[in-house]
Design a protein around this ligand. Structure first.
Ligand code: R5P
Length: 285
C-alpha cells in the first residue's frame, strides 16, 4: 500500500486503536430530504466535533460544510437512482476521482448490490474505482447494500463483504447480524457497520454498536440512529465512547443520559435568553 493511501486510511480508521466513528449523512443521494436531514448544514455542524470522518456527497459537502473544517471526508461517488425509481441497484459512478481530489477527499464510497439485478454493474463499478483509488492513493469504502429480497444474515452479508474485499475495497461497510464474527473473519479488510433504520430506543442502537465492536467491527458508519434521535449530540458522544473508550452499551447509555440532561438545561438557558430578548423588544407586553 502506497504512503498516500495509508495516510488517508489512517484518518478514517485510527491507527491508535484501529477504530473509527464515521458520521453518515449521504442519505439524500437517493432519499431526498429525509427526516432529520432536511437541512444538512443544521444537522451536520453540531456533530462534527465528535466524528472521526464525515460521509456525504459532493453537493452537500459544497453547500453545507464550511471548507475550513478539519474533518476527513468520505465522498460518496456512486448514485444515479432514487427511492421512487425502478431499481435502487442500478447505480453508476457519478463523481470523478479528479473531483474527489479537488474536494480533498480522504476516502471514496460506493455501493455494491450483490444478488441484485445490477450486481455485475455495481461490482464492475467497484473494480474501476479501486483501480483509480490505487492510482491516486485514495482508499475505497464499499457499502454492501441489501436488496429488499435479501436476508441480512451472516451468509449473505459475509458473501457481499468478501466479494468487496476480493475486488480490492480497503474498508467494507455492512449491517450487524447474528454470527457477525463470521462476516469479519471472512473479510480481510476492516469492516464497519451501518446503524440502519432508527431504532425505537437509543439503548438499542448503542447495544447494536457495542455488539458489532465486540464481534470484530472496526467502527461504525452511523447516520439515522444519531441524527434522528431527539438528542443527536448525546447520541454521537455515546457511540464515540463505545468505539474509542471501550464503553459497553450500559456505560454508553449513561453517557447519553448525562449529555441529554446537559443539552436540556442548555436548551432551557437558550430559551430564557431568547424570551428575555423578546420581552425587551416588545414594548406593549
Ligand atoms: C445509505 O444511504 C448510506 O450508505 C448510509 O450512509 C448508511 O446506510 C449508514 O447510515 P445509517 O446508519 O442511517 O444506516
Amino acid at each position: 500500500m502506497d504512503w498516500g493511501l495509508k495516510n488517508r486510511l489512517s484518518k478514517i480508521i485510527s491507527p491508535k486503536d484501529n477504530r473509527g466513528v464515521m458520521l453518515a449523512v449521504d442519505h439524500g443521494y437517493f432519499l431526498g430530504p429525509t427526516d432529520g436531514l432536511q437541512t444538512p448544514r443544521t444537522t451536520i455542524r453540531p456533530l462534527l466535533p465528535y466524528a472521526d470522518s464525515l460521509m456525504l456527497t459532493r453537493g452537500v459537502l459544497r453547500t453545507s460544510v464550511n471548507p475550513d473544517v478539519n474533518i476527513p471526508i468520505v465522498l460518496r461517488v456512486s448514485g444515479g437512482t432514487s427511492i421512487v425509481g425502478e431499481d435502487l441497484s442500478n447505480e453508476s459512478l457519478v463523481t470523478s476521482v479528479e473531483e474527489a481530489i479537488r474536494l480533498n477527499a480522504s476516502c471514496l464510497a460506493l455501493s455494491i448490490f450483490v444478488g441484485s439485478k445490477h450486481e455485475h454493474k455495481t461490482l464492475v463499478n467497484l473494480s474501476k474505482l479501486v483501480d483509480l483509488g490505487e492510482k491516486y492513493g485514495i482508499p475505497i469504502l464499499t457499502v454492501t447494500a441489501v436488496g429488499k429480497e435479501m436476508n441480512r444474515d451472516s451468509r449473505y452479508l459475509g458473501l457481499a463483504c468478501r466479494i468487496a474485499a476480493e475486488i480490492g475495497a480497503h474498508i467494507v461497510k455492512t449491517y450487524y447480524c447474528q454470527n457477525f464474527e463470521e462476516v469479519v473473519e471472512g473479510c480481510p479488510v476492516p469492516v464497519i457497520i451501518a446503524g440502519g433504520k432508527k431504532l425505537p430506543r437509543e439503548l438499542e442502537a448503542l447495544q447494536l454498536a457495542y455488539n458489532a465492536l465486540r464481534d470484530g467491527a472496526a467502527g461504525v458508519d452511523m447516520g439515522r440512529n444519531i441524527w434522528q434521535s431527539d438528542w443527536p449530540i448525546a447520541m454521537i458522544k455515546a457511540v464515540q465512547a463505545i468505539v474509542h473508550k471501550n464503553a459497553d452499551a450500559k456505560e454508553a447509555y449513561g453517557i447519553f443520559l448525562e449529555e441529554e440532561e446537559n443539552d436540556k438545561s442548555s436548551h432551557k438557558e437558550r430559551q430564557k435568553v431568547v424570551r428575555t430578548t423578546v420581552n425587551h423588544s416588545v414594548p406593549f407586553d
